[in-house]
Design a protein around this ligand. Structure first.
Ligand code: SF4
Length: 403
């Protein structure tokens, strides 16, 4: 068994060439070991990389374009595709491009299984089934603008946490903030015009009220005993900019429902705002970051009025106050596994033992990311980075679990 080339023609048709040895990009372009790839899991999506010629040990191939895989939830990417970019190649849209190849006439990907959750398996609805569920629920609370937003996200983006509001299961979305105090290069809810990229989701346009949020939270926890209600979703900016509203909503929910978990997904930028939410009854928090190194963090998040130290201070506070603390680590081969990055991460985890690190695949054009953050000096491999997390006695996963 050996690693062979999987590539596309200009029309996107996929071909296998067992005799060609593909290269991959782990921050440094290199050959691929057989034990770095696994059979493509169910739910994997293949994608041509337009204007990017496949790279092998023989060089860039004429008329053969790089193939990437988009992984299903529950897997962490280990390598990105390597390619030679043609001069008029378009910027790639925001997806998690993963190296793909052929082994014994089967598609393989450079990935690792890092979590399992029934609630995150692909969903299929009969015609009109989802619409009927949305309409019935909205009919029960027609003035609730948050319901209107999560209905749009359920319908247009297939967002699981939005759908859960209507399916009355698992983790339910409570978007709260139209504004953000960061300008992430790969922001999924607001892309700057000059990038020429559409953001995958439209950002919520208004400030939701504590009443609207609490009504949904109470309804969900009345029906889902161990349910999670989560402020901070993909369709909004930074929720801590509205910590007063979140605190009021938490108090209203807890006045009616003692069960379940109240969670916040945040960039962790405002420690005082987080303290206000914790004082109100917040039980879990998931803080997003792409790096534990100030320059790499600033290069991606482009923060306004805060920096990485504020984010780390918020994580420390949440651990000290006994919350269930997860980090949403936006991983990218070459950056997450750079020796300096692993050293900075393990030093922080030794001091601040969080509950879990979710190794989230960062959805961005790899070249664009390397231009922003810089290529690594010494990439050790994503598996080393994941081992380092486990070695620090921190769980590795991809989903927010209640226990
Ligand atoms: S923190 Fe979230 S909403 Fe804000 S810019 Fe980054 S990705 Fe976008």
């Amino acid at each position: 068994m050996s690693v062979g080339l999987a590539y596309c023609d200009r029309a996107g048709r996929i071909y296998y060439d067992d005799c060609a040895e593909p290269l991959a990009d782990g921050g440094i372009v290199r050959e691929v070991e057989l034990d770095e790839v696994i059979p493509a899991p169910p739910g994997t999506v293949e994608m041509i990389l337009p204007g990017r010629r496949a790279l092998t040990t023989e060089g860039a191939l004429r008329g053969k374009y790089a193939l990437a895989a988009i992984l299903p939830a529950g897997y962490t990417r280990l390598l990105v595709p390597a390619y030679a970019k043609e001069k008029d190649a378009p910027t790639l849209p925001l997806f998690g491009y993963t190296f793909a190849c052929v082994v014994d006439d089967e598609l393989y990907v450079a990935a690792m299984k890092t979590d399992e959750s029934e609630d995150w398996q692909p969903r299929y609805f009969d015609d009109g089934e989802l619409e009927a569920i949305l309409d019935r629920r909205i009919g029960a609370d027609p003035q609730n603008r948050v319901l209107a937003q999560v209905a749009l996200c359920s319908r247009e983006y297939g967002c699981f946490t939005a759908q859960n509001v209507f399916l009355e299961r698992g983790e339910a979305a409570l978007p709260v903030s139209p504004k953000c105090n960061a300008r992430c290069v790969g922001c999924i809810s607001e892309q700057e015009p000059e990038t020429g990229l559409a953001s995958p989701q439209a950002r919520i346009a208004y400030e939701t009220t504590a009443d609207e949020l609490a009504r949904i939270g109470i309804h969900h926890l009345e029906r889902v005993a161990d349910g999670i209600v989560s402020f901070g979703q993909g369709c909004e900016g930074e929720p801590l900019l509205r910590s007063i509203t979140i605190a009021r909503a938490i108090e209203q929910i807890r006045a009616k429902r003692p069960n379940g978990t109240i969670n916040l997904n945040t960039n962790g930028s405002m420690t005082d705002g987080l303290r206000r939410c914790i004082d109100a009854g917040l039980q879990a928090v998931r803080v997003s970051l792409n790096s534990f190194r100030p320059h790499a963090y600033a290069a991606y998040y482009r923060p306004i009025g805060y920096d990485l130290d504020d984010v780390l201070a918020s994580i420390r506070l949440a651990v000290e106050r006994g919350l269930r603390v997860s980090l949403n680590l936006l991983t990218h081969p070459g950056i997450t596994d750079d020796a300096e990055e692993i050293a900075a991460m393990t030093a922080f985890l030794r001091e601040v033992p969080v509950t879990m690190i979710q190794t989230r695949t960062l959805n961005i054009d790899p070249e664009w990311y390397f231009e922003a953050v810089g290529r690594p000096r010494e990439p050790l491999g994503m598996r080393r980075a994941i081992e380092a997390i486990r070695h620090a006695h921190v769980a590795v996963g991809n989903f927010t679990h209640t226990h």
